[in-house]
Design a protein. Structure first.
Length: 145
C-alpha cells in the first residue's frame, strides 16, 4: 500500500523536493491501489478517502497531501472558488501548491484537462507521467532526478 501523509492537509510552504516526493507518492498510490475513473476516489462525495482505495490522478495527489474528504479536495486542493448567488461573485480559484506543480509539470493549464487525461489514460501511463513530473521538478530545482 502507498505511503500516505497524516490526515492533516499539507498547507505550508513546501520545497521542490517535498513537492516531487508527494507526486512520487501519488504515483505509488495509483500503482499500488489502482486508477479510479470519474471521481477522486471511489464514491468521493459519499465517503472519505481510505488507504487502499483507487484514486484518479488528482485524488491521489490530494490524498498524499492529506485530504480525505472529497469536498475538501475539491475546494482546498483543486482550489475551486465558491460562487455566492446573493452577490453573483465567484471567488478566484486557488489551487494547492502540489496541484499547481503537478499540472505545470504534466503540461496542463486547466484542472478539467488533467481530469480528462487521467480518466482516459491507463494506470501505467499516469504512473509514468507522474514519476516524470517529479523528476522534472527535482531537475529544475537542481536536485537529483
Amino acid at each position: 500500500m502507498a505511503t500516505i501523509q497524516p490526515d492533516t492537509p499539507i498547507i505550508g510552504d513546501l520545497s521542490p523536493a517535498q513537492v516531487a516526493d508527494l507526486i512520487d507518492q501519488a504515483a505509488t498510490l495509483i500503482e499500488t491501489d489502482g486508477l479510479e475513473v470519474g471521481d477522486y476516489w471511489t464514491k468521493a462525495l459519499f465517503q472519505p478517502y481510505e488507504p487502499g482505495m483507487p484514486c484518479c490522478t488528482v485524488g491521489a495527489l490530494a490524498a498524499v497531501s492529506g485530504y480525505r474528504d472529497g469536498i475538501d479536495a475539491e475546494k482546498a486542493f483543486v482550489g475551486v472558488g465558491d460562487y455566492d448567488p446573493a452577490t453573483g461573485v465567484t471567488e478566484p480559484d486557488s489551487p494547492h501548491l502540489v496541484m499547481v506543480a503537478a499540472m505545470k509539470a504534466l503540461g496542463f493549464r486547466e484542472a478539467e484537462d488533467l481530469y480528462d487525461w487521467s480518466d482516459n489514460a491507463g494506470d501505467r501511463e499516469v504512473v509514468a507521467e507522474l514519476r516524470n513530473a517529479a523528476a522534472q521538478i527535482r531537475a529544475q530545482a537542481g536536485g537529483a532526478a
